[in-house]
Ligand binder design. Structure first.
Ligand SMILES: Nc1ncnc2c1ncn2[C@@H]1O[C@H](COP(=O)(O)OP(=O)(O)O)[C@@H](O)[C@H]1O
Ligand SMILES: [Mg+2]
Length: 231
């Protein structure tokens, strides 16, 4: 399918995820496009991701959906227009992790401020995520739920590679919105900071929180990281 969409233009594999999914970049003349391809898996729903991209794109910069489909071999694909920026995990930004961490923090703040909670059809709140807790030992997390600090539309997977940074060092957009939904802002902040050491050294967690404009809340960070790991 990727070759059909590319129609002879160069195709480059840019990303592989843990669930067997792959993302390809198509180099058109003057712009890029991306095709996200995924085998059928209960945790992947590209149709839902396409709906979320279309909704979020009314308020902030996310990939514009060009097409969506299924192949006969139990896989699906999502074709988007490229955002002209590099993921925060690109060598350019790994070499400048302080600046990248700040761009992620500012970008997340922007995302939370722009997307309207009252209009958002999806939830990422604890009770709605709890159905995905697999290990019975982790169910105890639901007994000690922290009070919500501030409800926003969360990105849902704010790991380093899902923020795009422009040449000026500012956040240029977000990708990978399959889990987007309303939740406490700490659900996103806990994971955004959690993912820094997986990609950068040192991790600059405090830079990210400072750029977001918030004081570290150790209890909520630790709760939402455990929930992330459990789901
Ligand atoms: N429309 C797009 N514009 C720019 N980069 C994109 C676009 N779509 C995907 N990418 C790049 O491909 C990578 C993988 O896409 P993503 O949707 O995050 O897949 P996954 O769910 O496997 O993490 C992203 O980190 C980003 O670098
Ligand atoms: Mg991603």
């Amino acid at each position: 399918m990727v070759a059909t969409i590319a129609a002879g233009d160069p195709i480059r594999l840019v990303w592989r995820n843990d669930l067997g999914g792959r993302t390809y970049r198509l180099d058109r003349s003057g712009h890029t496009e991306y095709v996200k391809w995924a085998p059928d898996h209960p945790e992947i729903d590209l149709e839902q991701e396409a709906r979320k991209l279309a909704w979020a794109g009314r308020y902030t910069v996310v990939p514009e959906v060009l097409g969506l489909g299924r192949d006969t071999d139990h896989s699906a694909w999502l074709h988007t227009l490229g955002i002209p920026a590099m993921p925060a995990v690109a060598p350019r930004w790994k070499a400048d992790p302080r600046r990248a961490a700040r761009a992620i923090g500012t970008g997340l703040r922007m995302f939370h401020e722009r997307l309207p909670v009252s209009e958002c059809p999806w939830s990422w709140r604890i009770r709605d995520r709890s159905t995905r807790i697999r290990n019975p030992d982790d169910m105890a997390l639901l007994d000690v739920v922290p009070e919500e600090d501030h409800l926003v539309v969360c990105h849902g997977d704010p790991c380093v590679p899902n923020t795009l940074i422009g040449p000026d060092g500012n956040c240029a957009g977000h990708v990978d919105l399959g889990s987007l939904g309303v939740a406490d802002r700490w659900a996103d902040l806990a994971v955004a900071t959690y993912s820094l050491p997986w990609n950068y050294s040192p991790a600059y967690e405090d830079e990210l929180l400072d750029a977001y404009g918030i004081e570290r809340d150790g209890d909520r960070i630790s709760y939402y990281r455990r929930l992330w790991d459990a789901t």
